[in-house]
Design a protein around this ligand. Structure first.
Ligand code: FAD
Length: 284
């Protein structure tokens, strides 16, 4: 498969990127790791007459752990996340999730920015970032703005990002308590049939907060506020977990595809969420 012809640009700074985006509008797109965009171009599902490679733009590949938050540059790869001991100490759920994305070859190229900006409901990081209450920083010719991950996803491949904006960083409040990223897939390297991100805190055996997000069970990631609320104030007994799962099932809207019929996906979602809650609780 060969993509349609395109002009290739490799600007050295963000001003250069924004100038090309402004000049060509919808006809231009940035490329990060290229592991979602290039396959789509080859399949002719995306036509990109002007392709802007972000590899040479400085300042997008840092991981910074601050006193109260983590900042991850858009060009940080999934492999960088796995390799960063400092990041793993601060937010171990990031490594647990990154290890379940695709395979090592993809993880060496695929970036955090590309994964969250793409808007693919199958991508693992959007739900993870909603669970962690992350904020995405976008830059365009009108300046910079921040959008919460929980408000970013509008429909499959549709996000709050304007075509002329570039996502530069993801900021995450320092998480605390127990965590789990649980993913069911058909085989190694596959996208999720269902995945759950859970972050839980407790005090004296009672749950004090719970954030839950689900992946590939709707045309956007689903942050289920009700599923988290069902756990708060409980000792995470069986009844509380059942209520949480029921609340999550009420929030998702899976469709039938080659990963299974709707009833199967809902069943898997329930199993996955229960496992994630129990593992997160054991670590809280
Ligand atoms: P690109 O492909 O370069 O870009 C993707 C899209 O995002 C494009 O539209 C591009 O214009 C846009 N974009 C990229 N960076 C920015 C930015 N900074 N600002 C604004 N827009 C931007 N992913 C998973 O999450 N889970 C999986 O299990 C999984 N399995 C995979 C298996 C295979 C075989 C392959 C090839 C990919 C798989 N992926 C999976 C996708 C992989 O993780 C991608 O690399 C990732 O989703 C996109 O990151 P990228 O850096 O390659 O982005």
């Amino acid at each position: 498969m060969i993509p349609a012809a395109f002009e290739y640009y490799r600007p050295q700074d963000m001003a250069g990127v924004l100038a090309i985006l402004e000049e060509h509008g919808d006809d231009a797109r940035v490329m990060a790791g290229g592991h979602s965009l290039i396959p789509m171009m080859k399949l002719r599902m995306a036509e990109v007459p002007h392709l802007i490679d972000l590899q040479d733009v400085g300042g997008l590949s840092d991981i910074t752990v601050e006193a109260s938050r983590i900042v991850i540059g858009a060009m940080v790869t999934q492999a960088d996340i796995i390799d960063s001991a400092e990041l793993t100490a601060a937010a171990p759920i990031l490594r647990e999730a990154a290890l379940q994305i695709a395979d090592p070859q993809v993880r060496y190229m695929g970036t955090v920015g590309g994964n969250v900006a793409n808007g693919d409901p199958g991508n693992d990081m959007p739900g993870l970032m909603q669970c962690l209450d992350a904020t995405f920083t976008l830059v365009g010719s009108d300046g910079e703005r921040d959008v919460p991950a929980r408000d970013f996803y509008e429909a499959a491949y549709m996000t709050a990002r304007d075509d002329e904006e570039v996502l530069t960083a993801v900021s995450i409040p320092l998480p605390s308590g127990g965590y789990a990223y649980e993913k069911q897939k058909r085989k190694i390297g596959d996208y999720a049939t269902a995945a759950a991100s859970v972050q839980i805190t407790q005090s004296g055996g009672t749950c004090t907060s719970a954030a839950i997000a689900m992946t590939n069970l709707s045309d956007t990631p689903i942050f289920s506020e009700a599923a988290g609320a069902a756990l708060v104030g409980t000792a995470l007994d069986d009844a509380a977990i059942k209520s949480s799962v029921a609340a999550m099932l009420n929030d998702i809207d899976p469709t039938e595809d080659n990963r299974g019929p709707i009833a199967f996906k809902k069943h898997v979602a329930g199993v996955i969420l229960r496992r994630a809650i129990e593992r997160a609780w054991s670590r809280a």
